[in-house]
Design a protein around this ligand. Structure first.
Ligand code: DAT
Ligand code: MG
Length: 140
């Protein structure tokens, strides 16, 4: 297994409920290291471009509106097998399907307001990290 980097977003439902620290603790406990972090207010254009793969889906408008409803915390996580590990710590998209102990099981409110995003492949991770961070902001 190789050391990878992946993009994590702590979503508006979680920042609003002051859960940022509890979510970061779950990543760190799983051996993932925060190598970049910033809290931002996304614009509709940024959220729409970021989630461009979903633009034909019926929930797209709701997804963009949610992602700009409160600030988010963008992070780059680094570690062995970081892409899969991050998704394991997050749990399934729908909190009703998420395993015990996962972020989405513990904190998510619904399939849409599900507290965290994680890249789903090496290609997505590279694209999503570059979308939000410059090389100088990544400090391993
Ligand atoms: P994931 O975030 O687990 O990678 P995804 O890429 O399929 O899931 O979808 C991106 C986000 O879109 C997801 O985190 C929440 C929202 N979403 C997905 N399916 C949805 C649905 N059926 N209804 C409402 N929101 C949905
Ligand atoms: Mg996804």
């Amino acid at each position: 297994m190789a050391v990878e980097r992946t993009l994590s977003i702590i979503k508006p439902d979680a920042t609003k409920r002051n859960l940022t620290g509890k979510i970061i603790a779950k990543f760190e406990e799983a051996g993932l290291r925060v190598v970049a972090s910033k809290r931002v207010q996304l614009t509709a254009a940024q959220a729409g471009e970021f989630y461009g793969e979903h633009k034909e889906r019926p929930f797209f408008g709701e997804l963009v509106a949610f992602m700009i409803s409160e600030p988010v915390v963008l992070q780059v996580l680094e570690g062995e097998n970081a892409i899969a590990k991050n998704r394991e710590v997050m749990g399934a998209t729908d909190p009703a399907q998420a395993a015990e102990g996962t972020i989405r099981k513990e904190f998510a409110l619904s399939k849409g307001e599900n507290s965290a995003h994680g890249s789903d492949s090496p290609e997505a991770a590279a694209r999503e990290i570059a979308f939000f961070f410059s090389g100088l902001e990544l400090v391993g």
